[in-house]
Design a protein around this ligand. Structure first.
Ligand code: F6P
Length: 343
């Protein structure tokens, strides 16, 4: 079978590990050849692809980024884009397309399958871990580790100076990275998009923490966190050319407000794209490899319109329609754990 593969949306650690697994398992188990489309959906619409042979794929397991490139371009941006996808895949003899992406890329995949019958299988990617239908997306664990390492470092310098360190992490609609890193790093407060924050309460707690002996505290802020309405002025974010809201900056507002209200020195660190670059952790490599193998087997089983997922701790298939119906918010249980152990 000729398989196509694309990586779309924001990149994350582990994309190359998925590509590798698709190419190696496809070739060894099924005799497949793989065509890699460049820059996500753009490569399909503009018919730009490269063959990815096992020799090319075998040593990319630990490499960050994606050898295929990625973009936020998608077929529904132009009238004839969706038909172009059908046409290009047929002309190239692609029997099944493996679509590796987050909520945006997978929603497009769902539409193409539902409305035009495109034979495809999804693989959930994003450090934000907000794709529905799966307990985990790949890239998330690596991002949490990066953020946790940063928090550990921030604690020691904060302690030397008796400071509050505010660390801004990614997470536009959901605060999974912030919450996990906050728990793993022993944060004094974690601010997430799902729960508007009360800056007065946070400042009061930090003030009392430092008055009663603490010499360091870390506040983790997801880039999409917002204050309770009417409590703190926050500028409207910019929107990029794809209609994607460009976040960033809430951490600096929180840090200066904490300083103003508590009299404690506060500093801001924005982790930004350091969370998306670099090598995947061992856990993510295993997850990516398992996802890649499962996606190839799903294609051979004709399980189109499905996404590989982790459900009840196992690799499974879920319908793309279900997975893209709603974003996955942080779990209440872990939020309560974080609240119980703030320090
Ligand atoms: O969607 C994943 C994500 O990493 C978000 O957390 C973040 O807001 C966004 O991508 C950043 O995208 P870009 O690389 O286009 O600035």
């Amino acid at each position: 079978m000729r398989l196509g593969i694309l990586t779309g949306g924001g990149d994350c650690p582990g994309l190359n590990a998925v590509i590798r697994a698709v190419v190696l398992h496809g070739a060894k188990r099924w005799g497949d050849e793989v065509l890699g489309f460049r820059d996500g959906w753009r490569g399909v619409v503009e018919d730009e692809a490269i063959p990815v042979a096992p020799e090319r794929a075998s040593r990319i397991l630990s490499r960050g980024g994606t050898i295929l490139g990625t973009s936020r371009i998608q077929p529904y941006m132009t009238d004839d884009g969706p038909e172009r996808v059908v046409e290009v895949l047929a002309r190239r003899g692609v029997a099944a397309l493996i679509v590796v992406g987050g909520e945006g890329t997978l929603s497009v995949a769902n539409r193409l399958h539902r409305d035009l019958g495109v034979a495809l299988v999804g693989v959930p990617k994003t450090i934000d871990n907000d794709v529905g239908g799966t307990q985990l997306t790949f890239g998330f664990e690596t991002a949490v580790q990066t953020a946790t390492d940063a928090i550990d470092r921030l604690h020691t310098t904060a302690e030397s100076h008796n400071r509050v360190m505010v660390v801004e992490v990614m997470g536009r609609h959901a605060g999974h990275v912030a919450l996990w890193a906050g728990v793993a790093g022993g944060a004094a407060a974690t601010l997430v998009p799902e729960r508007p924050f009360d800056i007065a309460a946070i400042a009061a707690e930090l003030h009392s923490l430092h008055r009663t002996g603490a010499r360091s505290s870390v506040v983790v802020v997801a880039e999409g966190a917002r204050p309770v309405a009417g409590t703190l002025a926050v500028p409207e974010p910019d929107v990029d050319e794809y209609g994607h809201i460009r976040l960033g900056g809430i951490g600096a507002i929180v840090a200066s407000e904490i300083e103003r209200r508590t009299g404690l020195e506060a500093r801001i660190t924005v982790l930004g794209h350091t969370q998306r670059g670099g090598t995947p952790t061992a856990f993510d490599r295993v997850l990516c490899t398992s996802f890649g193998v499962a996606a190839v087997d799903a294609a051979h089983a004709g399980a189109f319109g499905q996404m590989v997922a982790v459900t009840a701790g196992r690799i499974a298939l879920v319908p793309l329609g279900e997975a893209t119906a709603a974003l996955k918010p942080i779990p209440d249980g872990l939020w309560e754990v974080a609240e119980a152990c703030r320090s």
